[in-house]
Design a protein around this ligand. Sequence first.
Ligand code: TYM
Length: 345
Amino acid sequence: MERRPVILSGIQPSGRLTIGHYTGALRNWAALQPTHACFFMIADLHAITVRQDPIELRQRTLEVAALFIACGIDPSQSTLFVQSHVPEHTQLTWVLTCFTGMGECSRMTQFKEKSAQYRHNINVGLFAYPILMAADILLYQADLVPVGADQKQHLELTRNLAERFNHLYGQIFRIPEPYIPPVGAKIMSLQEPTKKMSKSDPNDNAVLFLTDSPEDIHRKIRRAITDSGREIRYDEKQRPGLSNLIVLYHIATGKSITEIEHEFEGSGYADLKAALAEALIEFLRPIREEYGRLCDAKDYLQNILLRGAEKARTRAHQTLQLVHNCVGFLPTLTPEAAVGMAHNR
Ligand code: TYM
């Protein structure tokens, strides 16, 4: 049988998901799912690098699972699971940590940004975060990792670690390629369009959540910061605010950037904003409705995640065993042998 290329990607359950998560990740996951063997993960281990309320984290984890499905991830085609349910992630992380230089982690832009943002809690987990991400990817022998532009540097580190390990021990890890979409790889804040839209932004008007109500969407788009100028023309450098809105309109309608520029020839920003708000409301409506239904089906979601973790574990365990063997760990018992020993006691 032909081997389908493998995908692994993940999202942290550390807040409500935004339209950026959709364009940078979920939309591409759904599009790639028919042709790839996909593992989609809720990265709860990553989430605790920043202090989380335990009750909220548990709830958010299920909410993220519901949104995966509402955005088109089909649990009968793809494996959905929670990172902490597969202990091999933390096990491989330790081994890879011993192959990573301090300088490699301290160079990471996200580490620099987060340690500035969370000054009171610059923990070692925040520092080692990209190594855990490398372990996530390499455990599944992923060929492709669909992510937004902000994860590119972490993918480079992953590739470097894999190559370093392979150089020492032979072809253990597949070297993964990033998949960064040509449009929507970095949706910007609606209030500060030179900054990435982020779920942790304290200004609610800066962020468009996937579950926002029509009223929220109207308000946020109306208040979105645009640049001085009149024409509706895409220019990321000179007019980042306007260009961000054009990208959102493209996502919501499927129209090309050129088609959009033609559509609004002779119109002003207010016309674009009005049309965009309507288009986003219609586009997000089925996602919000399906999400609402799924949130009431906690058992169904939990079952999917538990079954997903089992499938993920089988694959992850094979890679981990290879790695443990390479570095010289004594083999452990297979589960069957362990049962046999217990009987004989
Ligand atoms: P996270 O949870 O910050 O974001 C999840 C995915 O959404 C993308 N994204 C965006 N894309 C475009 N515009 C935006 N404004 C925007 N905001 C978020 C991110 O690029 C990402 O693809 N470390 C990862 C989670 C992770 C992971 C992995 C990803 C853990 N292990 C293994 C891939 C492979 C993170 O924090 O993503």
